[in-house]
Design a protein around this ligand. Structure first.
Ligand code: PEP
Length: 251
């Protein structure tokens, strides 16, 4: 019912030349893959050239961030219509690195996601607890609050147009993934929270990705869980072969 999505977050890596080469390798690596949606999110500078590479391929283009206003005096920022015009399909919002380093709050996440939807694109809304919060037994409460405050204000009708990524902060870039069991129980909790917001039918249609040290050797077990509908991949998405292998694990 839910087509798996495997999305690569390239973060602040790759010059334009490097990004074009990686996009070409990814497109070639997943060319024969049916039944899994694949997306890559290069840095802003590489969006337009990568969009050209991905034309006539099934790989979708993503962006890593967006501003919450439509336009204005916001030096250094990029607005949703600018991304849409480049052919961007997915926009990552609320990544834990942006929450941590740029003070992104749930309120801003909701506003950004609203702009993404308004421009006809799909937000990938990231949520996840820190190690301290998990150790204190607060992981479910923290993630539920992020979902209610970051997605709730968008209204129940928007659920079918967004993607959620559960990314425990302690698993991002650490090499320490959540176990399949930890991922499944949190994904089920997220789906239950989405059901409370928008009803069972809508919640059952939302793709919930897992992110945090997904690699070729742990992807199959994580992606085999009933409520894990794909992956948001950081480090391993910078190597076309590893990324394609993870995408194949989603089948
Ligand atoms: C991420 O930053 O979204 C991520 C999941 O990173 P990594 O795969 O490197 O842990």
């Amino acid at each position: 019912m839910r087509t798996p999505l495997v999305a690569g977050n390239w973060k602040m890596h790759k010059t334009v030349t490097e990004a074009v080469a990686l996009a070409e390798a990814v497109a070639a690596g997943v060319r024969d893959l049916a039944g899994v949606e694949v997306a890559v999110a290069p840095p802003f500078t590489a969006l337009a050239p990568v969009a050209r590479v991905l034309t006539n391929t099934p790989v979708r283009l993503g962006a890593q961030n967006v501003h919450w206003e439509l336009e204005g005096a916001y030096t250094g920022e990029v607005a949703a219509p600018m991304l849409a015009e480049l052919g961007v399909h997915y926009v990552i919002v609320g990544h834990s690195e942006r929450r941590r380093d740029f003070g992104e709050t749930d309120d801003l996440v909701a506003r950004k996601a609203g702009r993404v939807l308004g421009a006809g694109m799909t937000p990938i809304v990231c949520v996840g607890e820190t190690l301290e919060q998990r150790d204190a037994g607060r992981a479910f409460e923290v993630v539920e609050t992020q979902i209610r405050a970051g997605i709730g204000p968008l209204g129940p009708d928007t659920l079918e147009r967004l993607v959620v990524a559960y990314e425990p902060v302690w698993a991002i870039g650490t090499g320490r993934s959540a176990t399949a069991e930890q991922a499944q129980e949190m994904h089920a909790h997220i789906r239950a929270t989405l059901e409370a917001i928008g009803g069972g039918d809508a919640a059952r249609g939302v793709r919930i990705l897992y992110g945090g040290s997904v690699k070729p050797d742990n992807a199959a077990e994580l992606l085999g869980q009933p409520d894990v509908d794909g992956a948001l991949v950081g480090g391993a998405s910078l190597q076309a072969e590893a990324f394609a292998s993870i995408a194949r694990s989603a089948l």
